[in-house]
Design a protein around this ligand. Structure first.
Ligand code: NI
Length: 130
């Protein structure tokens, strides 16, 4: 807890152990930082919220489960071991396929708000380091 970006350097980080440190969904935790980008972990279940990011591209890597990345004109299923990159400006609504919890690794600029420009009850203003 309370780690700065530099303490995450040069040591192996076990992703599954990090996932075991939190339970809440749709609340990304930060596990690493490099070149102004952050590596985050999040647990997802059911729906999120339609949003876009004006200036940031976002990478999702699926660690467990299957994610549906919904765009305005289609859906993309992203399975365990796969990544999807959402370009800046593209509206998206990530959600899960069924009742199963999905674990994702996010890679995006540090200033990225996970609900984009939308203020939503799910918006977490200050994301925590684990
Ligand atoms: Ni997003």
């Amino acid at each position: 807890m309370g780690r700065s970006g530099y303490n995450c350097r040069m040591k192996a980080i076990n992703i599954k152990e990090k996932f075991n440190l939190f339970k809440d969904q749709w609340s990304p935790r930060i596990i690493g930082e490099l070149n102004g980008q952050q590596v985050k972990l999040a647990k997802l279940k059911n729906d999120f919220v339609w949003h876009s990011h004006e200036n940031e591209d976002e990478l999702f890597m699926i660690i467990k489960g299957s994610l549906v990345m919904e765009y305005r004109d289609r859906k993309e299923i992203v399975n365990e071991g796969e990544i999807v990159i959402v370009p800046r400006g593209v509206e998206h609504n990530p959600h899960t396929l069924n009742e199963e919890e999905v674990w994702v690794l996010l890679f995006e600029p540090a200033e990225t708000k996970h609900t984009g420009v939308i203020k939503h009850e799910r918006t977490v203003e200050k994301q925590e380091w684990i």
